[in-house]
Design a protein around this ligand. Structure first.
Ligand code: AMP
Length: 515
């Protein structure tokens, strides 16, 4: 199929041609023709499938007739994060370069004044995050009665972030007769219910399972002891990595983003940071610096990095194992894009093993280990975290009682885990899967929405890949993850206590007469 066959306008076709795209992606081929006819679309597709153009291109074609009025936008696109909203705005600039359309971006963290001026001029396309949109609406600065097309993008992410009540409210504020283009990577029950309530006889377009990871991405796990140890492992990993160009490094919490970023900079790495507590200008500056190659490392939280389209990322490094297994799929999808090869490496502590099991269950395969296993790790380093110090003391006592593991005695383990990979593979250690287990299929995955993978139906996974009982995604309780929910803003040193403050102080015995 060609773009010409989809029914797009000449102006749109010229812009597509100028972008260098020759063939529509599957989601574009499926969604664009019915979208041009005004049908509602239920698109099940994740980022990287070309779904932005799947809704942008037909919108542009349909917007060629008609004009926007002040305060009454004609179309509305809802995005879960500011970065995604800004990315969609860029798509309109690219594909809409032959159109004279007013595009307004309503996102938090930016001044109200400029955004209001754009709305006042009459927006053909309004791209917004739900909070800021409703803020404008509640202040009476915006009417939603003129919306002809409503796009809800990344609906499952909206669910994770607690935006569903906002989405329901918006759906009730826009005219009943509007067209709705709805996209989600997965279809959990809450999302299905939303589509049943607000889509009218939609055309369902499904392009790939959300739980699949690209085969062009080499995935690996590296055992580590704790935060301080992970920082050193990470530095060695970056220094020793083959074909390293740049890396996105994920932490689970915003305050750890800030701490790791500071640590990397202190060790001479060129690194930027991206998390929800940074103001919008700083977030954009960090992202631009990474995209332009001014910094080669970007330390992020999930929220800030979800769905970002950075074409050429050589490595994704999970400093923390994601506690929601779907986040693993989204994180590593930042590399290996557009058929390129990529590397995704995850640092794992023993406490993380339950999450690793869930991830392997979701993606339907075991991830290879590199470097020494937990038992063969070098002695833990001095750490700055009191709770880790307590853990380490326990391990030290333990070490005193039992002999070192065989691998430790026979092959001194390098602190460069990638270099040590081969040696460690030959000496299986605690918690590393046996070869037979590694090779056995572990698929029994379900997507978060409860869709059973065709190839895994009714199959119990072997011991390593998944545990007995319902799949992890079902076991855990769904709770909204607000995008600002991962802790208060980092103040001062955050929870990083410099090691000199933790050093025991030798007290001199008091002399007689001394107080
Ligand atoms: P998205 O899923 O919208 O984030 O798009 C992922 C990437 O695919 C973006 O970099 C787009 O520029 C690119 N893309 C979109 N449509 C096509 C196409 N038909 N051919 C090649 N690349 C495309």
């Amino acid at each position: 199929m060609t773009f010409e066959e989809l029914g797009l306008s000449q102006k749109v076709l010229q812009a597509v041609q100028a972008s260098g795209y020759t063939t529509p992606t599957p989601i574009q081929a499926q969604a664009i023709p019915p979208a041009l006819q005004g049908r509602d679309i239920l698109g099940i597709a994740q980022t990287g499938t070309g779904k932005t153009a799947a809704f942008t291109l037909p919108m542009l074609s349909r917007l060629e007739s008609g004009r926007a009025r002040a305060r009454v936008p004609r179309t509305l696109i809802l995005e879960p994060t500011r970065e995604l909203a800004a990315q969609v705005e860029e798509s309109f600039a690219k594909y809409g370069k032959n159109h004279r359309l007013n595009v307004a971006l309503l996102i938090g963290g930016m001044a109200f004044g400029d955004q209001e001026a754009k709305i006042m001029r009459g927006a053909d396309v309004l791209i917004a995050t739900p909070g800021r949109l409703l803020d404008f609406f509640d202040r009476g600065k915006l009417l939603l009665t003129g919306i002809e097309i409503l796009v809800i993008d990344e609906a499952d992410r909206m669910l994770d972030m607690g935006f569903i009540p906002d989405i329901e409210r918006v759906c009730k504020l826009v005219p009943f007769t509007r067209q709705t283009l709805f996209f989600s990577a997965t279809m959990p029950p809450e999302i299905t219910r939303l589509t049943e309530a607000f889509l009218h006889n939609p055309i369902r377009c499904e392009v790939s399972r959300a739980a699949t990871t690209a085969i062009t991405i080499r995935q690996a796990l590296i055992a580590s002891r704790g935060h301080a140890d992970k920082r050193e492992t990470l530095r060695n990993l970056i220094r020793g990595a083959e074909n390293f160009k740049n890396a996105i490094i994920f932490c689970n919490r915003k305050r750890d983003v800030a701490i790791l970023h500071r640590s990397l900079v202190k060790h001479g790495f060129s690194a930027g940071a991206l998390h929800g507590d940074m103001d919008q200008l700083a977030r954009m500056a960090s992202l631009d610096a990474f995209k332009n190659g001014d910094v080669s490392l970007l330390v992020c939280s999930d929220v800030a990095a979800r769905g970002l389209d950075i074409p050429d990322v050589s490595h994704v490094l999970n400093f923390d194992v994601p506690t929601h297994s779907e986040d693993y799929v989204h994180r590593i999808g930042r590399t290996g894009r557009a058929g390129r090869s990529g590397v995704a490496i995850t640092l794992v502590t023993e406490d993380d093993m339950k999450y690793i099991d869930q991830i392997q269950s979701l993606i339907g395969k075991a991830i290879d280990w590199e470097g020494p296993g937990f038992d063969a790790l070098p002695p833990p380093m001095e750490t700055s975290r009191p709770q880790e110090r307590r853990g380490e003391r326990g391990q030290r006592r333990d070490r005193g009682r039992r002999p070192p593991a065989a691998a430790e005695r026979e092959a001194p383990v390098s602190r460069r885990p990638m270099v040590a990979a081969a040696a460690a593979r030959e000496a299986p250690v605690n918690r590393r899967p046996a070869a037979a287990e590694r090779e056995a299929p572990v698929s029994i995955g379900r997507s978060r929405g409860g869709r059973v993978k065709a190839d895994g139906e009714g199959v119990r996974p072997p011991a390593y890949g998944a545990s007995a009982g319902p799949p992890a995604a079902e076991r855990r309780e769904r709770r909204p993850r607000h995008h600002e929910d991962d802790g208060p803003p980092v103040v001062g040193l955050g929870d990083h206590v410099p090691s000199f403050l933790l050093r025991p102080v030798a007290l001199r015995p008091a002399k007689v007469g001394e107080e």
